[in-house]
Design a protein around this ligand. Structure first.
Ligand code: GTP
Ligand code: MG
Length: 213
């Protein structure tokens, strides 16, 4: 594999994980990257980062830079900075709290208004119905209803996930990456320096905030 990769392609993809407070964004990332889960809740402040190296095929290596945006950031004014140059997103809600589903469209429209593919299309977004190990709170979870919801609101797909039970997180990521690879954005990602978080458009104040977070 290493030999093949020397002549193959490497991509760095910035992927956002957004949604209301406490829906499980940090837990999903921890499960995906570190294979860990904790019941303790510590709210993310600002933004956090994680990197997952994903051998895609013998010729392609993908570095997924996961941006874990704090739920409370929907009320701040930093999301435009955080979203910049993202090529994909997960919008997460908690199936056991209906209010977090109601906020999904607020996150989606914030996303679509602040970041776009070069051709003007929205970046691929996958909806995650997290904590599916728990009881759904008055939500209609029939596949056809959520399929329709995704079609109407510009999500490429939805998955029931559980960070606790490790359900569907790998599958959702595979699908998102597949869509990112298929999108027009790919040519922009090819020659980027891996691990190089682009902070160029931040003001000094923004940069300090992001770093300290
Ligand atoms: P903010 O950082 O405040 O935006 O929250 P977050 O979306 O990052 O939530 P976090 O991952 O910190 O999880 C919040 C709480 O939900 C924690 O107590 C987790 O243990 C719990 N949790 C996360 N995912 C799951 C899950 O799939 N099932 C269950 N039962 N609990 C979960
Ligand atoms: Mg968090």
């Amino acid at each position: 594999m290493a030999e093949a990769l020397r002549s193959g392609t490497e991509h760095l993809f910035k992927v956002l994980v957004i949604g209301e407070l406490g829906v499980g964004k940090t837990s999903i990332i921890k499960r995906y990257v570190h294979r860990l889960f904790s019941h303790n809740y510590r709210a993310t402040i600002g933004v956090d980062f994680a990197l997952k190296v994903l051998p895609w095929d013998p010729n392609t290596l993908i570095r997924l830079q996961l941006w874990d945006i704090a739920g409370q950031e929907r009320f701040g004014n930093m999301t435009r900075v955080y979203y910049k140059e993202a090529v994909g997103a997960f919008v997460v809600f908690d199936v056991s709290r209906h209010s977090t589903f109601d906020a999904v469209l607020k996150w989606k429209s914030d996303l679509d208004s602040k970041v776009k593919l070069p051709n003007g299309e929205p970046i691929p977004a996958v909806l995650l119905a997290n904590k599916c190990d728990q009881q759904w709170d008055g939500l209609e979870n029939s596949p056809s209803t959520l399929d329709r919801y995704c079609k109407d609101n510009g999500f490429i797909a939805w998955f029931e996930t559980s960070a606790k039970e490790n359900i569907n997180i790998d599958e959702a990521t595979q699908l998102l990456v597949k869509n990112i690879l298929a999108s027009d954005f790919i040519h922009l990602s090819e020659n980027r320096e891996p691990d190089n978080v682009n902070l160029t458009d931040m003001t000094e104040e923004d940069e300090n905030k992001a770093r300290c977070c």
